[in-house]
Design a protein around this ligand. Sequence first.
Ligand code: GRF
Length: 231
Amino acid sequence: MNAIAEPENAGEAHGRAASKSAVILISGRGSNMQAIVEAGTGADVRAVISNRPDAKGLEWARGQGFATEAIDHTAFKTRDAFDAALAEAIERYDAGIILLAGFMRILGDGFIRRHERRILNIHPSLLPAFPGLHTHRRAIEAGVKVHGATVHFVTSELDGGPAVIQGVVPVMPDDTEETLAARVLQVEHRIYPQAVRWWVEGKIEFNAAGVVSVRGTGVITDSMISPGTAQ
Ligand code: GRF
């Protein structure tokens, strides 16, 4: 028997016409965006939008033939004004899902509420551990033995929305922030496309408490124990 109770409002995530259309928001190099595109998730990426006109990822997206837009947050007096411009751009593409892929702006409450359960983010830690910035440095300082990344829905609580999928990596004794970041990034590139594919397939469900489950997924029966005992 499936240990996860059938959610009362199964399929609610797709209340808005089960759209496959997506808009990707980036701020930098865009390697997660690239992983999503290259994985062939079935999402119809309508546009890539960056709050930084010089984001490396924009060049790549342009080269792929995607519509791109730069909405420079520094050109707006208030966050509300930036949010409004961003919302207006996203609405133009009629996005079913908004994918934050290294998007380094905190979105306002109004924006998040209007797009409830339609914004995904990738965060480089095993949430709820290490929300916020400098996650790899903080993981090393805390001495945790496993670390990783989480794809989650965005709510008004920073990095606090329900998790869809998590990927775990070991923390090695000689890790630096950079080596650990590189290991986590590899797992990010696996889990974000997977979450997007599940969205497109309509498999993501919320239970009454807002917790996410994914219909038809397998269970991991083995544990990952770190450090290992092998020499
Ligand atoms: C990733 O580590 C992501 O988890 C974090 O910012 C980084 C973005 O990398 N939010 P990229 O722009 O996708 O290469």
